[in-house]
Design a binder for this molecule. Structure first.
Ligand SMILES: N[C@@H](CCC(=O)N[C@@H](CS)C(=O)NCC(=O)O)C(=O)O
Length: 202
C-alpha cells in the first residue's frame, strides 16, 4: 500500500495507524497544489490518499485509518465493526474531523483570513478542547479507554498543530499528558520521523 502524504499535515494520522498496526507503507510525498500527477490520482487534491493493493485509491483520513486498522484487528486500533465501541470510535473520528481539524485548518493556517476570523476559530477550538480535557480527566488514558485507537492517532495529529496555530494548550493538563504519552510510543515516533517531522513535547 502507498500513502500519499505531505510533511506537517493530517497524513501523519494514517501513518501512525499503519505503524502501530505493523503495516508497511510505501510513502509518496506530494507537493500540495503543485503536482498535476497527484491531481490525477486524487482529484480532491489534498492528502492523505491511500493506494490499495488492488490499485484503487481510498481518500478521506477517517476512512483510511479505519481501513488500515481493520487490516490488523488484533491491534485494537479499531473495535470490531457493528459493536458499540466501533460507533464510539466513529463518533470521535467525526468530532476530530469536523470540530477540530477543520477549525485549525484552513482558518489558523491562512493569515489572510484576518485576526478576527482566526480568534473566532480559536474560541471554538477552546470549547472543543475543553470537552476533550473533561473526557480524558475521567481516566482515559486514551479516548476509548485503555486501548490506543485510530481516534487517538488523529487527535494527536491535529492537536500537534497547536503551537504553530497559536492555540494555547496550557489550560488542558490531561490533554497535554495525553499528547506526551502518545508521542512516547515507539511506533508513533517512527511515524513522526518517517513523515519528516520532529518529536515535540507538550
Ligand atoms: N477531508 C479531508 C481533508 C484533508 C485535508 O485537509 N488535507 C490538507 C492537509 S491536513 C491538505 O492536503 N490541504 C491542501 C488542500 O486542501 O489543497 C480528510 O479528512 O482527509
Amino acid at each position: 500500500m502507498k500513502l500519499y502524504y505531505a510533511v506537517g499535515t493530517c497524513s501523519l494520522s494514517p501513518h501512525i495507524v499503519a505503524s502501530e498496526a505493523g503495516i508497511p507503507l510505501e510513502l509518496q510525498r506530494v507537493a500540495l497544489g503543485k503536482d498535476p500527477e497527484y491531481a490525477a490520482i486524487n482529484p480532491k487534491g489534498y492528502v492523505p490518499a491511500l493506494r490499495l493493493d488492488d490499485g484503487s485509491v481510498l481518500t478521506e483520513g477517517v476512512a483510511i485509518v479505519q481501513y488500515l486498522a481493520d487490516r490488523a484487528p488484533e491491534s485494537g486500533l479499531a473495535p470490531q465493526a457493528g459493536t458499540p465501541a466501533r460507533y464510539e470510535l466513529q463518533s470521535w473520528l467525526t468530532f476530530i474531523s469536523s470540530e477540530l481539524h477543520k477549525m485549525y485548518s484552513p482558518w489558523l493556517f491562512h493569515p489572510e483570513y484576518g485576526e478576527q476570523a482566526q480568534n473566532v476559530a480559536r474560541e471554538k477550538i477552546a470549547t472543543r478542547l475543553a470537552l476533550v480535557e473533561r473526557h480524558l480527566s475521567k481516566g482515559g488514558p486514551f479516548l476509548l479507554g485503555s486501548t490506543f485507537t485510530a481516534a487517538d492517532a488523529y487527535l494527536f495529529t491535529i492537536v500537534g498543530w497547536s503551537s504553530y496555530a497559536k492555540v494555547d494548550l496550557a489550560p488542558y493538563r490531561h490533554l497535554r499528558d495525553f499528547m506526551n504519552r502518545v508521542s512516547e510510543r515507539p511506533k508513533v515516533r517512527e511515524a513522526i520521523l518517517g513523515h519528516g517531522m520532529k518529536i515535540a513535547s507538550y
